[in-house]
Design a protein around this ligand. Sequence first.
Ligand SMILES: NC(=O)c1ccc[n+]([C@@H]2O[C@H](COP(=O)([O-])OP(=O)(O)OC[C@H]3O[C@@H](n4cnc5c(N)ncnc54)[C@H](O)[C@@H]3O)[C@@H](O)[C@H]2O)c1
Length: 368
Amino acid sequence: MEAAIIGCGVIARTHKGAIDADGRPNLRWTCDPDITAAKAVAPDARHAYDLAEVLLDDAVDVVHICTPHAVHKGQLLAALAAGKHVICEKPLATTPADLRAMTAAAAAAQSRGQVAACIFQHRHGGLVRRLKEMLDSGVFGQLTSAKLPFRCTRKQSYYDSGAWRGTWHTEGGGVCINQAIHSIDLLVWLCGNDPVSVQASCSNKRLREVIEVEDEAFATIGFNSGLSAELDITNNQVDGWVTSCDIVGERGSISVSQNGGGTIHAIQHDDQSVVDELRAIEAAIKAEDQSALPGKACYGNLHNAQISDCYDAISEGRQPFVTIADGAVAAEVVLGIYHATATGGRASLPLPDAYQVPNLLASSAASA
Ligand SMILES: NC(=O)c1ccc[n+]([C@@H]2O[C@H](COP(=O)([O-])OP(=O)(O)OC[C@H]3O[C@@H](n4cnc5c(N)ncnc54)[C@H](O)[C@@H]3O)[C@@H](O)[C@H]2O)c1
């Protein structure tokens, strides 16, 4: 199989590593308007300034989209229309309309035998996958509450590293849409994947002269099941990345994260065998050599697993573990956080087409 990477910045290197580790695909093209960046990721590949040139090559089977958020939709639609399989980085899009267009295009492509995936590598952890099976089959009983603390660090140097970062127009938001979306996806998925409402308030507490987007958010996600999840999100922590999905059910509770490959921060259950099984999975993960894998301990190192699943899906004629429709759920929740902030605090999901972003956040916070 012949692959192309579109967008040759930070995460492109992780995709290149996963392609090499899988061994089946050959990286035929790298593409970036900064051709030096394209050459740096894969000196021996062909290099293009623009996706259109790559799509003219009939030999290309799979397109990896590793570009800034606001261009994902146009590139995914173009690649699917050209008959390619697509692996698109999170977040899928920055507006509900774009999410709908991408989900519809992926569904149509699926009926033509194409694979389309959204990268949410954390879902591939052995610990969370077993936990998901347990939660879905009622092992923890009815869920009664959920919480998502999320604290990370994004300094001025991070925002200075790309002009697209820190603006509503190109990044589509701040800590929620770029960093916390990994944990939001995990929590929403673990809790049943059926969010129906969002109450939220975003603010910009720091770097007001540098970014116009939020660096903090408080939100409550309402689920169709009646469950509520509370989110407490910031990228103003001095250093590091601290998060967990804290889930309480009638029969047990767990605080779990994908940090370090999969970590249980606390667990209780009325059946000790459930605790023992999950602890054993965690111990097996900790016994593996995580240093050989790509990515970072904080946001996970499971790109290899997810990208191999995508190539398996292509070979086996099935859809990948995380489809475009799957990836759209967390994106819609994040856009719901923004829309709720812009419209008085509450939003129903799915969002209306007349989506509003709190694009005056920086100036209103600065004057507060
Ligand atoms: N899954 C993860 O853990 C993870 C981690 C980091 C980034 N990401 C995601 O990966 C994507 C890229 O992030 P990054 O940190 O690598 O950004 P980056 O700024 O380091 O790289 C983006 C590259 O895309 C190029 N580009 C811009 N417009 C383009 C276009 N129209 N066609 C081709 N190339 C174009 C830029 O020149 C740049 O080299 C984002 O969606 C981000 O959220 C995911």
